[in-house]
Design a protein around this ligand. Structure first.
Ligand SMILES: Cc1cc2nc3c(=O)[nH]c(=O)nc-3n(C[C@H](O)[C@H](O)[C@H](O)COP(=O)(O)OP(=O)(O)OC[C@H]3O[C@@H](n4cnc5c(N)ncnc54)[C@H](O)[C@@H]3O)c2cc1C
Length: 277
């Protein structure tokens, strides 16, 4: 008799709560064998790579309070369940925060963007939109037994955020400030980012810089920002600081050094175009 090796099989139980407290309780109850799901596009990628799904999946899609887009004179608030297609096309986001809707167009491809959410992009801590959100000083509203508002950078740095659910991202409008966002990949779509770099030239002369790539948590480039603030900054010194500071790693296709050079070249070209030294 032919014997087949058993293949790994997981019976997944999908929960569909309609409220945040219910979702949070489920995440607490089934930890660590549980995972939240929004569009499930990143989860699907992970499953395709052989990472076994958790036994319990808590779908957030029925939680109405995680939806909605509002724009004030100073901020844009986007519900975590907003898809990336909506981020790209929504006329209020487009007019108040054009750099953000343009950047959303660089994630994955249209079919994926129609399911993928901004909340999933942020909560994964590796999403391509994070460097831009960091330079825009975005804040998150997060549910952890109660709603808390905190800077995106703090959320990214916290490794013990447990079952926290991202409900909204709040982005200050960068009116009158030049913002750049560049994603480098090996082709136009359906490709992990070789490097993502973002920057914002503040009205008061300051700067925000951040960078990342597929599979790492992006970071602000604080040493390089400080170098830019020195009057008469030296381009060679700033370039070396970028190479040293970029938190990049290698993968099967690219060395860390290659990624660093690519991102440093993008950032330097933007700094030189802005001038100021
Ligand atoms: C073919 C393909 C190409 C892709 N290309 C890109 C790309 O170029 N750039 C890129 O950034 N991404 C890419 N992705 C990944 C993915 O589409 C995006 O990152 C997307 O924004 C994730 O959103 P989601 O709603 O699908 O997240 P999900 O897959 O549902 O969840 C992602 C992670 O976040 C958690 N999570 C989801 N929502 C919340 C929440 N509100 N609160 C707390 N935790 C939450 C989940 O538990 C999970 O760990 C690609 C995916 C595919 C399938």
């Amino acid at each position: 008799m032919n014997r087949q090796e058993p293949t790994a099989r997981v019976n997944i139980q999908v929960w569909k709560p309609a409220a945040l407290d219910e979702a949070y309780s489920l995440l607490e109850q089934f930890a660590p064998n549980v995972c939240a799901a929004s569009g499930s596009t990143l989860l699907q990628l992970q499953w395709d790579k052989g990472i076994l799904p958790k036994q319990h999946l808590v779908s957030l899609e029925g939680i109405e309070e995680m939806r909605g887009i509002s724009v004030s004179d100073t901020h844009v608030s986007i519900g975590a369940l907003t898809t990336l297609n909506e981020c790209r096309k929504n006329p209020f986001i487009k007019s108040a925060l054009g750099c953000f809707s343009d950047a959303a167009a660089a994630v994955a491809a249209p079919g994926v963007r129609s399911r993928a959410t901004i909340g999933g992009n942020i909560a994964s801590k590796i999403g391509d939109l994070l460097p831009l959100l960091l330079v825009l000083d975005a804040e998150l509203v997060v549910y952890q037994k109660e709603l808390v508002r905190l800077p995106l950078g703090d959320w990214l740095a916290d490794e013990n955020d447990g079952n926290a659910i991202v409900t909204h991202v709040i982005i200050p409008r960068a009116e009158g400030e030049r913002v750049f966002y560049r994603k480098l990949g090996r082709r136009q779509a359906f490709t992990g980012a070789a490097a993502v770099a973002a920057g914002r030239f503040l009205k008061d002369g300051g700067i925000r810089l951040a960078a990342g790539h597929a599979d790492i948590t992006p970071e602000r480039l604080l040493e390089s920002e400080a170098k830019w603030m020195v009057s008469g900054w030296d381009p060679h010194e700033l370039y070396e600081t970028l190479l040293h500071e970029l938190p990049f790693s290698a993968d099967a296709f690219m060395s860390a050094a290659y990624r660093k050079k690519a991102a440093a070249n993008i950032i330097m070209s933007e700094l030189m175009a802005e001038g100021g030294n």
